[in-house]
Design a protein around this ligand. Sequence first.
Ligand code: 6PG
Ligand code: NI
Length: 173
Amino acid sequence: MPRRYNKKLQIKLSDLRKLFCRRDLVEEILSGGKDPVIYEVYQISQPPSEGVFSAATTVLYPGKIGDEYYFTKGHFHLKEPRGEVYIGLAGRGLLLLQDRNRKIDKLSLNKGEVAFIPPNYAHRAVNIGDEKMVFLSIYPSDAGHDYEIIEREGFSKIVVGRKGKVALVDNPK
Ligand code: 6PG
Ligand code: NI
């Protein structure tokens, strides 16, 4: 994995309990004493300053809660006019983009693919494969993260695997 980073985050199922659709299943797993790691983020953070980049490598493990694939929390950037680039390094994934009106777009983010996140779009990576999905993100160091809206409202679509097929379906919440 990354050789140089100055901050490592580990996100477990309990950190995502409000975000998965099947909260009942999440609570069942947690009450059974398990709290699997869903993803890890290795940040190369720079002090916030205009024109300076930060970067992070995210390792998103494969798995599902019910039929919903593991994902990253997802966020808007705090500073609205701040875009970002994601580069797929391993595995098979999707990138969900959602604008302020909750209109959703999806881009594929497989190994070797590059995806641009326009300013003012919430973004979430989803691992739709059987292996680790790894991607590099490069973003302005003063972008910041706003998790609140997604934590409250979720994305308008969720990514599920049903009968061997990957599908985007309306978020039942
Ligand atoms: C960022 C990037 C990216 C992201 C991680 C984890 O703005 O820093 O989008 O590094 O933070 O992939 O995803 P969450 O921040 O949504 O948990
Ligand atoms: Ni971001």
